[in-house]
Design a protein around this ligand. Structure first.
Ligand SMILES: *[C@@H]1O[C@H](CO)[C@@H](O)[C@H](O)[C@H]1NC(C)=O
Ligand SMILES: *[C@@H]1O[C@H](CO)[C@@H](O)[C@H](O)[C@H]1NC(C)=O
Ligand SMILES: *[C@@H]1O[C@H](CO)[C@@H](O)[C@H](O)[C@H]1NC(C)=O
Length: 420
């Protein structure tokens, strides 16, 4: 199925001007046209051409092969990790990932309420492919030639399904290149629960290609503009554009407290949960903080009801949340996933970000902020901190992602090792 020989024929034909070679060239062209028009595959000079001819080939490569994965579910960042894992699996299999469905709502068990939302309603499809070119690619279902040319692969599960067995299965899938099906469909668990075989830098490469669609990024622009407007106070002379702000991803809601207490017990550590007092105290002790400064407090909606989240901050810090900013309406228009994506963007653009090192949301933010700042030790103008870990002088500990880690686990599901 290699076309390079045919290309040589054409090249040869173009270079020689004798009648004989021209005739030869025309015959070669005729053969190419036959390939395009004939429904059946046929042998040509030992090269077996596929029945669909050239249409399914991209710039002389082999015909595109695809990977299909189950709907991607749970929180925004679990979905991002799951998506990246699906991409990296496709890369391992030398396949294009069929654009998966994300989930608009946050449900863990009620499968029927997951509200599938197409990837390209959240992230830019073309942009993804152009930024990730040569690394991973997304395809559309309309790219498929034969929907029945498919094999269904069940991922194993349970304790006996080890990382090694999982990788062996993928490698096995890769081996049989002769009668490769057009599509490999993986069924079963969602990709977030698949085994991890990739280093942090591979995930970072995929995340870098995820650019929000304009509709959503404009919403975050509005929120950021409100924050800066507040920060600039009555000083209408200065431009709002560069008014700095801090974002604090504050996890103190009941569900989280139950979850983090359990985790502390299980891992016999005491620095996962932080109370509101601990957070506000540590934030006030960030070295070199210029006040007055607006603090955008990213919290679960349940905490917006009681306004106490804005109490207890030290002087010079001006805490705000969606309600105080008057942007609740902007969020309300959208389902959970988009709301979360807006908040993520607002935290990403903050001059200083403070989060919890055991939260996936915080961890992916710091990963992305680290990449944007040029990696470890190269820059300190995009500063991040973990409030659950004590740093110098009673402040939060500075936080940067080590991009050389060999698996995402080290940086995303909780760690107090946060420097690089
Ligand atoms: C993927 O395909 C390219 C050419 O299309 C080939 O060179 C490479 O060996 C393949 N990789 C794997 C892992 O099969
Ligand atoms: C589609 O693929 C199936 C399975 O490989 C095959 O049996 C069938 O002939 C194909 N159909 C066409 C139109 O190529
Ligand atoms: C938990 O950690 C403390 C010190 O951090 C240690 O003294 C204690 O033995 C540990 N408990 C268990 C059950 O490992």
């Amino acid at each position: 199925m290699d076309l390079s020989n045919l290309k040589h024929l054409r090249f040869f034909g173009l270079r020689l001007t004798s009648l004989l070679s021209k005739t030869f060239f025309l015959i070669a062209i005729a053969f190419i046209f036959r390939t395009l028009l004939l429904p059946k595959s046929f042998e040509f000079g030992g090269i077996k051409l596929h029945e669909q001819g050239l249409s399914g080939m991209k710039s002389g490569n082999l015909r595109m092969k695809f990977l299909e994965v189950p709907q991607i579910v749970w929180g925004l960042n679990n979905q991002k990790i799951a998506f990246a894992r699906a991409c990296l699996t496709a890369r391992l299999l030398n396949r294009t990932l069929l654009m998966p469905s994300l989930s608009a709502s946050l449900f863990y068990k009620e499968i029927d309420q997951l509200e599938p939302i197409s990837f390209d309603k959240v992230f830019q499809f073309e942009k993804f492919n152009s930024l990730c070119k040569g690394f991973v690619q997304l395809g559309r279902y309309s790219d498929l030639h034969n929907q029945s040319d498919i094999i269904v692969v069940q991922k194993g599960s349970g304790r006996r399904w080890t990382v090694k067995r999982d990788l062996d299965q993928l490698k096995e899938l890769n081996k049989n290149t002769v009668d490769e099906p057009e599509t490999v469909r993986i069924v079963g668990k969602n990709p977030f629960l698949w085994h991890d075989h990739w280093p942090v830098k591979d995930y970072a490469k995929v995340f870098k290609c995820l650019v929000l669609v304009d509709e959503i990024s404009k919403e975050s622009d509005k929120v950021v503009a409100k924050i800066r407007e507040l920060g600039s106070g009555s000083n209408t002379v200065s431009s709002n554009d560069r008014v700095p702000y801090i974002a604090v991803h504050m996890r103190i809601e009941k569900d989280w407290m139950i979850h983090c207490k359990k985790r502390e017990q299980r891992s016999n550590v005491s620095d996962i949960c932080s109370s509101k007092d601990e957070i506000t105290t540590r934030v006030s002790k960030i070295p070199g903080l210029k006040t007055p400064m607006v603090v955008y407090v990213a919290v679960a909606d349940a905490l917006l009801e009681d306004g106490s989240i804005l109490d207890g901050w030290s002087q010079g810090l001006q805490p705000v949340e969606k309600k105080k900013l008057g942007v609740v309406e902007i969020y309300k228009k959208h389902p959970y996933l988009i709301q979360s994506a807006i908040d993520y963007e607002v935290c990403l653009r903050a001059d200083v970000f403070v989060g919890n090192s055991y939260s996936t949301f915080s961890s992916l933010l710091v990963l992305e902020r680290t990449v944007r700042s040029g990696g470890c030790g190269t820059s300190d103008h995009v500063r991040s901190y973990a409030y659950n870990l004590k740093g110098e002088h009673g402040g939060p500990r500075p936080w940067m992602t080590s991009l050389s880690d060999s698996s995402l686990e080290a940086i995303s599901y909780g760690s107090n090792n946060i420097s690089c």
